[in-house]
Design a protein around this ligand. Structure first.
Ligand code: NAD
Length: 264
């Protein structure tokens, strides 16, 4: 390739991307000029999301996949190879684990949380790394939760499996530094998505209050005084995926409006 030839666009895979934080991440990457592969479970919602992403003028391949299904995940990476023949960015996202206190959770719930929250990311990372090693460039971004710093009441599966993910990401940053591949965790506090609205609705029902009261109380605990916008998390993901972030690895970045009061 000569200097005058245009560089091919970078290719990003974003899992669980039909709405919420996955969609916002894909949208920010599309706006930054990445071609995309996206998945989620519901084909109709996914196709609608893919249409919105294509409006950025990039190529988008979309396929229904349950990220907790190991075989389906392999097929998803097969689609990346078939459609684009390269992978530069992985944003590993999944639906949130079901809420529950320790007393609520039986073995089956623990097993489902393990597959959905931990293993979906572990398998996606395992599939992404050899593809990135081949090109000597890679950006791994895992969507976590503020539970990596401070346990969340009634979300024991998140409190257990997200810190495990933080450990995986840190280990990868060390192992993959020599390959020019970065690995970072981006952890939302309370970003205004269906997931957070449904957790608020559940809390309202359990405590006999209105959803508005529950939300107002939660917003009052955030120094910024409001829930975040999905695009605010997407912007952080797109930065970590950029060439400019090439010396930033092994980090656990909270996008939480100041919610978690601990030191970094
Ligand atoms: P959301 O419910 O709005 O969106 C979830 C997306 O994941 C949807 O596109 C859905 O179709 C897809 N999805 C769900 N289960 C899937 C599966 N098994 N396979 C493939 N796709 C699947 O949720 P969100 O708020 O965007 O949250 C994304 C992740 O971030 C979740 O793991 C959530 O727990 C975590 N999180 C979010 C917040 C927040 O403030 N929104 C805070 C902490 C953690």
């Amino acid at each position: 390739m000569t200097a005058s030839e245009p560089q091919p666009r970078r290719v990003a895979l974003v899992t669980a991307a039909s709405q919420g934080l996955g969609f916002a991440s894909a949208d920010a990457l599309a706006a930054a000029g990445h071609d995309l592969v996206v998945c989620a479970r519901d084909p109709e919602r996914l196709e609608a999301a893919a249409g919105r992403l294509r409006a950025h003028g990039v190529e988008v391949a979309a396929t229904p996949v349950d990220v907790a299904d190991a075989t389906a995940l392999e097929g998803l990476f097969g689609l990346v190879d078939e459609r684009f023949g390269r992978l530069d960015v992985l944003v590993s996202n999944a639906g949130g684990p079901p809420p529950g206190t320790f007393a609520d959770l039986d073995d089956a719930a623990w097993q489902r949380g393990f597959e959905l929250t931990l293993m979906s990311a572990v398998r996606s990372l395992r599939l992404a790394v050899p593809r990135m090693r081949a090109s000597g460039f890679g950006r791994l971004v895992v969507i976590g939760s503020s539970s990596v710093r401070q346990p969340l009441p009634g979300l024991v599966l998140s409190n257990a499996y997200r810190p495990a993910l933080a450990g995986v990401v840190k280990s990868l940053a060390v192992e993959l530094g020599p390959d020019g591949i970065t690995a970072n965790l981006v952890s939302p506090g309370r970003i205004d998505t269906d997931r957070v609205r449904s957790l608020d609705a559940g809390r309202a029902e359990r405590t006999g209050r209105s959803v508005e009261e529950v939300r107002a109380e939660a917003e009052a605990s955030i120094p910024m005084g409001r829930y975040g916008e999905p695009a605010e998390l997407g912007a952080a993901v797109a930065f970590l995926a950029s060439e400019a972030a090439g010396y930033l690895t092994g980090q656990s970045l909270l996008v939480d409006g100041g919610l978690v009061p601990t030191l970094p």
